[in-house]
Write a protein that binds this ligand. Structure first.
Ligand SMILES: N[C@@H](CCC(=O)N[C@@H](CS)C(=O)NCC(=O)O)C(=O)O
Length: 225
């Protein structure tokens, strides 16, 4: 059976978990936090998520894991057969990661420590998000799924990217980012209503208190250095 390493408060962990559940691939979860030797043994940069295959093969980086599980378990397809359509799905995933998730993620420490985002950082984050908005407006179809008629990995990826956009960037910048992309808010709501998304979110909420304890311990460790 596949082992999924990480913790349920992580959006990257959750998108891989959603894909595994959607494809009905059996897996077990191994609760592990960043900066641990246990995680470093399976994830070279010590980040969540990572998977271990039944033969002991380890893999990290969420989008790479998504590609790998599709190739290894092709029965329920999450990428189009056509090469150009498949590339567009990956393009949406990449743009969501680079221009939506990563800038939003920069604001997480300010939310956790309850401090105001310094203006230069807020401006920089806003500029990157503006590029993401232009690109996702260009590529998203929402008819009804982000890449068109078929539900794809891009739907799963973007949905979990948006959890970070909503929780951190939209709040800290006081900016309804999803509303800048017509159809995205409604699509996001549809995504949140699936049984899998509900299950993943319930697990996230269960993990949240323990994750916050981990975060507080990390902050304390930095201040006592
Ligand atoms: N590019 C990585 C990013 C993963 C990532 O940033 N995971 C977070 C948890 S949501 C993490 O492990 N952070 C720990 C760290 O930055 O040291 C991926 O796509 O898997």
């Amino acid at each position: 059976m596949i082992t999924l390493h990480g913790f349920a408060a992580s959006n990257y962990y959750n998108l891989v978990k959603h894909a595994l559940l959607y494809k009905d691939i059996p897996f077990e979860e191994n609760l592990v936090y960043p900066s641990s030797d246990e995680l470093l043994a399976v994830s070279p940069v010590g980040k969540v998520p990572a998977i271990t295959m039944p033969d002991g093969f380890n893999l990290s980086e969420s989008s790479v894991i998504c590609d790998f599980i599709e190739e290894s378990y092709p029965d329920t397809q999450l990428y189009p057969a056509d090469a150009k359509e498949r590339a567009t799905v990956r393009q949406i995933m990449k743009i969501a990661e680079l221009y939506f998730e990563l800038p939003s993620r920069r604001l997480i420490p300010f939310t956790f420590s309850g401090t105001q985002v310094p203006k230069p950082i807020a401006m920089e984050v806003r500029q990157v998000l503006e590029r993401g908005i232009i690109a996702l407006n260009h590529l998203s179809q929402f008819s009804p799924w982000v890449a068109g008629e078929h539900f794809t990995m891009a739907d799963i990826y973007l949905y979990y990217v948006n959890t970070i956009v909503s929780a951190f960037a939209a709040r800290q910048l006081d900016w309804d980012i999803m509303a800048q992309i017509p159809g995205m808010t409604e699509w996001n709501e549809t995504m949140s209503q699936s049984d899998i998304a509900k299950r993943v979110d319930a697990d996230r909420l269960t993990n949240m208190p323990e994750f916050m304890q981990y975060v507080q311990a990390q902050i304390k460790a930095v201040h006592t250095k």
